[in-house]
Design a protein around this ligand. Structure first.
Ligand code: SAM
Length: 276
């Protein structure tokens, strides 16, 4: 497995509006949770700075919700949201690697937003996660599906080219294991779930200087920035080269910089009974 990159919650949150919209869209497709006596149990895998986990608490205010992440930087930020929720529920955060995370009790909902692209082989965990859902429970996730777009393809090409190749190796191509929407649908349907899978390209309008570079500094560039952490001159040289490539690929238009972003969504509901 790759080394985990260092995350910068503040850089990530600079585009929080655009980054949160797909989570709202995912939430609208999640039906009610199974009826029960006690509080619903919800997990958010790869919760990041916790702002989307807090949206889960708004939708299910009496639930016990735990956000899991393997970045201590992100969890420190997320802790600001921890505590009792307004409907008598509870929100907490915990360190965990989604690659081997397994719930220790039956869950009503397992959610992951913009995180599983960092977890190679994540689809092999679907069976384990769905097994741990209560009957009628839901597993829902969203992953970026834009890894052939210039922002990511150019990053891969630059990392593969001299003089960067020896130092950056595969850091520009971390997401090749993301499946297509039809593959996700088949995997989840094979597990007996009612599935709802779709894709959307958000045509995002960004503002400011070099906004696409600023965007990827919060996400896809993290492995490169981590690898060059101890060599600021090399980091700056890399950023200048990459910035120039991005300027050509995403020129500033009359209204700002248009940055199309494809995302893949899946909602899988476990049947109420074995044969329902
Ligand atoms: C792009 S952020 C998404 C954060 C949040 N879910 C959101 O929608 O804003 C990706 C998050 O996944 C986390 N992550 C990456 N690999 C992980 C792993 N193997 N286990 C747990 N978290 C992981 C990162 O630390 C980061 O916080």
């Amino acid at each position: 497995m790759h080394d985990a990159p260092t995350w910068d919650p503040q850089q990530y949150l600079r585009h929080a509006g655009h980054r949160t919209r797909p989570f709202h869209d995912l939430l609208t497709r999640i039906n009610e949770l199974p009826p029960q006596q006690g509080p619903a149990r919800i997990a958010d895998l790869g919760c990041g700075p916790g702002n989307v986990t807090a949206l889960l608490a708004e939708r299910w205010p009496d639930a016990h919700i735990t956000g899991y992440d393997n970045s201590l930087e992100m969890l420190k930020e997320a802790e600001l949201y921890a505590g009792p929720t307004k409907g008598g529920g509870h929100l907490d955060f915990s360190v965990a690697d989604a690659a081997d995370w397994a719930p220790d009790e039956p869950h009503d909902l397992i959610v992951s937003n913009a995180a599983l692209q960092w977890v190679p082989g994540h689809a092999d965990s679907f069976a384990r996660w769905i097994e741990s859902l209560k009957p009628g429970g839901t597993f829902a996730f969203q992953v970026p599906g834009n890894f052939t777009s210039p922002s990511h393809a150019l990053l891969g090409e630059l990392c593969d080219a001299p003089p960067w190749r020896d130092r950056l190796k595969t850091h520009g191509r971390r997401f090749v294991h993301i499946l297509g929407p039809a593959d996700y649908l088949e995997r989840l349907a094979d597990l007996g779930c009612e599935t709802d899978v779709w894709e959307t390209t958000y045509v995002q309008l960004l503002h400011g200087d070099d906004p696409v570079l600023d965007w990827v500094k919060g996400t896809a560039l993290r492995p490169v920035l981590t690898a060059l952490e101890d060599d600021p001159a090399a980091r700056d040289a890399f950023l200048t080269e990459f910035r120039d490539l991005l300027r050509k690929a995403y020129p500033t238009g009359r209204h700002g910089t248009v940055f199309p972003f494809r995302r893949i969504f899946a909602v899988a509901r476990k049947p109420e009974t074995a044969d329902s």
